[in-house]
Design a binder for this molecule. Structure first.
Ligand SMILES: [Zn+2]
Ligand SMILES: [Zn+2]
Length: 364
């Protein structure tokens, strides 16, 4: 089985032949069909969000179940599946309270499988981690059955892959926000894969104004296709002043889909009195933002994080697949380039350059 393996940050990933163990109890092997080029993997490559290495990255994917271990009941061989990068345990406190997207056991076991062991080894016997228990930049993956959500035959694999991360994170982060109602004003800072989906989420919620903010005009132009009613280039004008002017004092909901001190502070300041700032993008580990405390109290603002759609990923997948089949969201239109697995480093160079839309690796 071939996979792209990260041995060291900031060094291109070679394609390596790895030994893959058979699925254990409750696990399945998935033949990969499509894998999205997401910024979260890039943050690992650059060292901004370090993980143990060597590791197979990739957490946005779709594939077909080709083998099942003992005790697998939720999927069968031949099922086409969206992959969840939080294969939740179902028993921890977070799972019990409905927040399977932040499952405690999953977080503790991290890049190993649930029994704490590895399914991948190099030919020298070195253990290889799987990012988010997935590691979809590989021809096939052995994962917990909970990672797999079967999807209908008429959903293309690239669409299923994107639903596995950017679509769920972006749209889910908006539609699952308590207090979101029709006619509200929304700003989305950052128009990468997640940002474009947050725009679509705002459109689904019938927002009155949907303001996209980015530093690239070509990305802002693309953002109109996904629901932006107004765009602001934050290199050319102060985005906070621009949003306040467009909305008479600030938006009801501001989303930072980029994840950085600068963009979170912008989102917070662009939020109206009584409004909510939602941080969706992942900042580098250790980064902090300055929040004016008096304003937090006097203007009664809410500042909240949103991980993987704020809710059960499988629940959000089922809604998004329905929206997709009814033509109410555009997922295929986000895929601007496709690559082979051995072109993965080029795909990440394109992401780092800020090219618009989503790159997807398509497997034979
Ligand atoms: Zn992602
Ligand atoms: Zn759990």
């Amino acid at each position: 089985m071939k996979a792209a393996v990260l041995f060291e940050s900031n060094v291109p990933m070679p394609i390596v032949e790895l030994d893959q163990a058979e699925p254990k109890t409750g696990e399945v092997r998935v033949k990969m069909s499509a894998a999205g080029i997401c910024a979260s993997d890039h943050h690992v490559m650059t060292g901004d969000n370090p993980t143990p290495m060597p590791i197979v990255l990739g957490h946005e994917g779709a594939g077909v179940i080709e083998a099942v271990g003992q005790g697998v009941t939720t999927v069968k061989v031949g099922d086409r599946c969206v992959l969840s990068f939080v294969a939740n345990c179902g028993h921890c406190r977070s799972c019990r309270t409905g927040l399977s997207n932040i499952c405690d056991t999953n977080r503790q076991t991290g890049t190993r499988q649930y029994d704490g062991t590895f399914r991948l080894h190099t030919s020298d016997g070195i253990e290889v981690h799987q990012f988010a228990k997935l590691g979809v930049f590989a021809e096939s993956i052995v994962v917990p059955q909970q990672a797999c959500y079967p999807m209908p035959d008429d959903v293309p694999m690239e669409v299923g892959a994107l639903i596995g991360c950017s679509v769920t994170t972006g749209i889910g982060g908006v539609i699952n926000q308590p207090g979101m109602r029709a006619g509200m004003t929304v700003a989305v800072i950052g128009t990468g894969g997640v940002g474009l989906n947050a725009l679509q989420g705002a459109k689904l919620m019938n927002a009155a104004k949907v303001i996209a903010v980015d530093i690239f005009d070509h990305k802002l132009e693309f953002a109109y296709k996904f629901g932006a009613t107004h765009v602001v280039n934050s290199k050319e004008q102060d985005p906070v002043a621009a949003i306040q002017e467009l909305t008479d004092g600030g938006v009801d909901f501001a989303f930072d889909t980029f994840g950085h001190k600068v963009t979170t502070e912008q989102a917070y300041r662009a939020t109206r009195k009584g409004g909510t700032t939602v941080v969706v993008g992942l900042a580098p580990d250790g980064m902090t933002a300055e929040i004016p405390l008096v304003e937090l109290v006097r203007n009664q603002k809410t500042l909240v994080g949103s991980y993987y759609g704020s809710s059960s990923p499988h629940e959000t997948f089922s809604k998004l697949l329905e929206f997709y089949l009814q033509g109410r969201i555009d997922v295929g239109g986000m895929v601007t380039r496709t690559y082979r697995l051995d072109e993965i480093n080029d795909a990440y160079d394109a992401l780092a350059r800020g090219e618009d839309g989503r790159g997807v690796i398509v497997f034979d």
